[in-house]
Design a binder for this molecule. Sequence first.
Ligand SMILES: Cc1cc2nc3c(=O)[nH]c(=O)nc-3n(C[C@H](O)[C@H](O)[C@H](O)COP(=O)(O)O)c2cc1C
Length: 115
Amino acid sequence: MKIAPDIDDVMLGEICDVCVKRARGMICTNTTIERPFATTEAGGLSGAPLMAPSTSILERVRKRVGLSLPLIGVGGVFTTADVRAKFASGANLVQVYTGFIYKGPLMARHLAFDC
Ligand SMILES: Cc1cc2nc3c(=O)[nH]c(=O)nc-3n(C[C@H](O)[C@H](O)[C@H](O)COP(=O)(O)O)c2cc1C
């Protein structure tokens, strides 16, 4: 189950409880509809501004589900520090999307070797 970063604690708790019963894992998170800066563009925002909110959701999900589910941390990962922050917040695996656009395919190798 992949979740959005734009959900409150009540909804997050309900989603986690359903996932513990019915899902094989959770991906935290998809893009955000929040805008940390002024813009009129629509759609999901990915990349660096997503690192903090998606990592916060990941941390809260790990607290809620305990060790019952594997978690994939995704959102705003560009550096080894970002990867470590995802693992420290409860991720079993880390996914990169936008980072590839800026850093290219060798990014995965650099992150894996430096971590
Ligand atoms: C252009 C684009 C297309 C995406 N398409 C999907 C999709 O089809 N399904 C999905 O679950 N997530 C999709 N995502 C979300 C990414 O998988 C990822 O969760 C999100 O972008 C946060 O990671 P990032 O900051 O590394 O990009 C898409 C993201 C982008 C930028």
